[in-house]
Design a protein around this ligand. Sequence first.
Ligand code: NAD
Length: 480
Amino acid sequence: MTGIHRVQLLIGGEWREAASGATLTILDPATEEPVTIAPQAGREDTQRAIEAAHAAFASWRRTPPWERSRLLREAARLLATRSEEVARQLTLEVGKPIAQSRAEVQAAVECIDWYADEARRIYGESLPGRAPGQRFETQYEPVGVVAAFTAWNFPVVLQARKIAPALAAGCTVVCRPAEEGTGAVALLVRCFLDAGLPAGVVNMLTGLPQEISETVMDSELVRKVSFTGSIPVGQYLIRRSADTVKRISMELGGHAPVIVHEDVDVEQVAKASVAGKFRNAGQVCVSPTRFFVHRRLKDAFVAHFVAEARKLRLGHGLDPATDVGPLINRRRLAFIEKLVDDTRRDGACLVLGGGRPAGMNRGFFFEPTVFDDVPDEARAMREEPFGPIALISPFDSFEEAIARANALPYGLAAYTFTNSLRLARRTIDALETGIVGVNTFVAATAEMPFGGVKHSGFGRENGRQGILDYLNVKFANIVM
Ligand code: NAD
């Protein structure tokens, strides 16, 4: 379908191969054909990237905010002009339908543009002190070299959400995208370089994470790690950050509940739920997954949901008729197949899908799958599926729905559907999550904070809050 895309490491403003010469091949998940070849960075490359970022920090932190802002705005503009190329690479590497890739690139443009503004709004405080002539002041300072590690499901926007606020704050960056999505992230990083960013301000490492991660975590020069990925890897990085006392931000897994109250138009909500659930084949940290539907509406909800999900077309993401692409790799496919078997065995009723689609033997495709009457004890109700699986279950009272929604250690996103303002307010207040969608599945936007509570992590990305994760606050007690 296309030639193989070759990626290089970016270290100190130069594109280069890994010191060892080793490479990694990335497959198109829809065809299993090689699509990208990237260097496999090791300890030496990582050390060089950290040193380049550290050297660049000395002058970048002093670059006036208006200049940082101008460079970020230019990077956003370049990304917008190259969006079709980036979206296409994204679809080839991670399989999502091209319209969703375009939307992801647009979200990245908006995020960078937003932080171009925030770079100029890093306000300190000035208060009168306790004695005449005394003042108390705060000023914000960049934390230093930042390592940005991200997952593959939204490779471009997840890196943009870290690189943009870090640069706006005056930090320098060593980023490492997931293996899948590497080529698309390289195109993003190129926009920063082409915008005129000084050498070493953004560096990119590619390849499997172990040596990169260990070198970063051991380094005293790296003062902050921002991670997006699974809870187990997040927990490992939290533990590893202790020795060098790094600042950390964790955007981890989710298992979003959806509470459908009794007063809604059930057909409309079921249709919206299908679009929300099967976006990116359900491989979304905020994917709606546990559908708690008021008992009076539940059967109608299932019927409409299944009818709508049956219409979805699976295929290659570059085909504009495709609604759902493949899973990311064979490992995810095996995980989902086992989870579906376990969910059946745990007593849930399979009403749609449940296997690989007939006649699609190449690529990691899995049918949109719907389970009804799923017991809360089922493995899929407790463990993040991260795939095209909807789990539906009835509830009888508000208190019951909330207790079940909050029963897991996850706390990223939740959704509720109701026409009652009072019920919406009560539901928002009762949910233990960082994000609540009311009558919508849109959980992220450049101007508002994104992140979780409990095991879903801490720290926020996007919004005016996002930049604070990259700033230290200094208190000056001034007596004149
Ligand atoms: P993962 O944790 O296995 O991998 C995430 C990334 O971390 C990958 O690039 C991986 O190569 C890398 N990684 C693995 N070990 C590492 C280590 N020791 N040090 C540094 N990096 C390491 O997760 P995944 O399966 O790729 O992604 C799916 C998970 O990510 C899901 O749990 C999903 O909910 C979560 N996620 C969260 C958000 C969010 O914003 N909260 C967004 C997207 C995905």
